[in-house]
Design a binder for this molecule. Structure first.
Ligand SMILES: [Fe+2]
Length: 305
């Protein structure tokens, strides 16, 4: 998500008035969307409508990226693969698993709106599109709905993974958890112990490691505006994501002000919630195979000799 989109996301949040309970959301979804179309065939369009029905009022449907990225809504679904990013290897795995529908959180062609035809000047991108088309893969993005879905959506799924307890404040994209007066260093170690399962065995801690923390704030994936956390949510520690955090600005302030910030890799903050999305689809469509394709930290740390 780019800076301008981030600003839009933040201003959009101001218009979101309240988030319904999970039970209410799921009940509403079940009432509106049937589990299968006619003759027991479930189409990609059926599943897209179901995902859309999870919106509790926070998605701007005229601008959403939660659309078809490949294939047609009429396609009969044989199996559903769910993953954070449609990397080539993840699409290949979906194909191996017999899944012709790929539900992704992030873009397919390296652009938030997947609307830049110039990207196909790269042979690797053209080859990706050819693979998708040749294998008849349907790709649906589930981003805007899942970014604010209660309890098991991206931000609160992340908080659950980190074992921070229930949120004590926040809504929409941002939540605050009780640090219980523990030191920023101890909280950073707790976070690292949880991210280790996603190939990120250590996290970055900027600022002090001995600050007692009462209010620790986190955001949705790459929407982790540190200054917003400080000013609007009275955070005294932040958990940010590297695709959003800016070191020369946010990091420098954190050092000068003695404000502790943990920075993690973007997929690590979202991966657990993608597993929860796969579980949700599996409950909704028990007659279809649903596979979560695990993904993890995008980089490796390489030690010098
Ligand atoms: Fe994200």
């Amino acid at each position: 998500m780019k800076g301008s989109e981030l600003k839009n996301a933040i201003s959009r949040r101001r218009f979101v008035s309240g988030v319904p309970s999970l039970a209410a959301t799921v009940a509403a979804a079940g009432a509106v969307v049937s589990r299968a179309g006619t003759a027991g065939v479930i189409t990609a369009g059926d599943i897209h409508r179901y995902l859309k029905s999870l919106d509790g009022g926070w998605v701007r449907w005229e601008k959403t990226v939660d659309t078809f990225k490949a294939g047609s809504p009429e396609t009969a679904v044989k199996g559903i693969a769910v993953a954070w990013m449609p990397y080539n290897h993840a699409l290949g795995r979906a194909q191996e698993l017999g899944c012709n529908l790929f539900v992704t959180h992030e873009p397919t062609y390296y652009n938030h709106r997947d609307d830049d035809p110039e990207i196909f000047r790269f042979p690797a991108v053209k080859a990706k599109r050819e693979f998708i088309e040749k294998n008849g893969l349907v790709i649906i993005r589930c981003h805007d709905v899942w970014d604010q879905y209660p309890k098991i959506g991206i931000p609160t799924g992340w908080g659950t993974l980190l074992e921070l307890g229930q949120p004590i404040d926040g809504a929409g994209y941002y939540y605050v958890y009780d640090g219980k007066g523990r030191s920023s260093g101890a909280l950073a170690r707790q976070i690292a112990s949880r991210t280790a399962g996603f190939a990120q065995p250590g996290v970055q801690l900027i600022g002090p490691d001995d600050k007692p923390v009462r209010r620790i704030a986190l955001g949705t994936g790459a929407i982790t505006p540190m200054f917003h956390f400080i000013e609007k949510l009275a955070a005294d520690m932040a958990i940010c994501v590297d695709d959003d955090f800016t070191y020369w600005r946010d990091g420098a302030y954190a050092i000068d002000a003695g404000f502790p910030v943990v920075v993690v890799n973007h997929p690590v903050a979202e991966e657990y919630s993608m597993k929860l999305l796969a579980d949700q689809l599996s409950r909704q469509y028990p007659q279809l195979p649903v596979h979560h394709i695990p993904e993890s930290c995008m980089y490796r740390l390489v030690r010098g000799a």
